[in-house]
Design a protein around this ligand. Sequence first.
Ligand code: TYM
Length: 393
Amino acid sequence: MSGKMPNLLFCLWNQFVVFRYSCGPFISHSFPSISKVVLSMSASNEVILSGIRPTGRLHYGNYFGAIHHFLKLQEGDATCFYFIADYHALTTITERKDIYRQTLDMLRTYVACGLDPARSVVYRQSDLPCTAELSLLLGMITNIGHLERGTTYKDKFGKLQDDPRTTGNPLSYGLLGYPVLMAADILIVKADVVPVGDDQRQHVEMACDIAEKFNHRFGCEALHRPKAVGREALRLPGLDGSAKMGKSDNNTLDLLDDPKTVLKKIKSVVTSTEPLPLDTDSKDPEVVVPKLPGGLNVLYQLLHLTAPDEVFQDFLEQYRTGGKFYGNLKKTVAEHVSKFNEPIIERFNDPAINDDFIEDFLRDNAKKVTPVALDTVEGCREAMGIGRSLYRA
Ligand code: TYM
């Protein structure tokens, strides 16, 4: 079958699967202030896909850049696929004991945040090994120069080169091919929408380019081109005042941080700059926050994301009038962040969501996504001329 999977098949397939566990009521974080960062909701029959690498605990960038949208999108009637990108994690994880543990914990955090197994198909990337096959096929038509120009690749390469522990050529084939594997993740389920933070925008564009090139080269419609990521995608700054909060930069605020840790981290944000005149009268956090100096912008952004708007407006007014209020600002941000984390931590520690539950859950979900994925891979094999597989384990 080429092109998009007929909707009827999707419906039948969805009805066919029965979950072994019915999660209780899920946590809902309905702060009015975060509604602005929601991507446009999908129309019916759309396919949504996104993934997160299991490289440690989920941080606020992951949550508001991605998971927040996963939760909103699963409320609509789209088919949602969310996965843990454990193959991708192998490009940076060196401790083999960590990866499986972190995958299970990441899944547990997904569920603790409110991802509903009855509404979303949540699986582990490596449980869909035909993704690797599609990645190999896509690699045949992907230009190396295109990959070398990728900003994430250049950034990681630079960091590896600067790291004194690095010896010899630090580059792996996996690191260079990272966007090809990511394209395979997206294209294998024929995704329409890929909710990600701003840092992943270029990778999604590469997936679009690869799909187009493949269809053009082989004169087919085997791959479905997803929508590009909108300009409104979030890039949350790091607690160190740098442009991006990221796991490898040790500048994150995590969803599982307890109140003591939250306060310590927030207090450590450098706010040495006295309030400066803002060249806008706007009260809109989207307009104002990027104009604030490093350090303060992350504090105000966190306030915007976790506190009611009147609290944000009150501190914005204090910034405009000047004075000594940074101590109070930090205390308030820490309180709202801890309040936000509390139900997530509670659910994460729920003994019912243990490793057995998570493993059963992953097994069941892998079975759900496999037929869709195989359909795409077989279509690509056929388009490329090697023909459909004669045997699949
Ligand atoms: P990863 O694990 O680095 O990040 C997961 C998600 O979190 C978002 N994110 C942020 N958003 C806003 N501000 C930040 N500071 C911030 N930091 C992280 C990321 O944009 C992402 O949405 N390559 C992906 C994983 C992946 C994937 C895919 C995603 C593999 N295959 C297919 C979508 C589709 C990654 O490294 O995510």
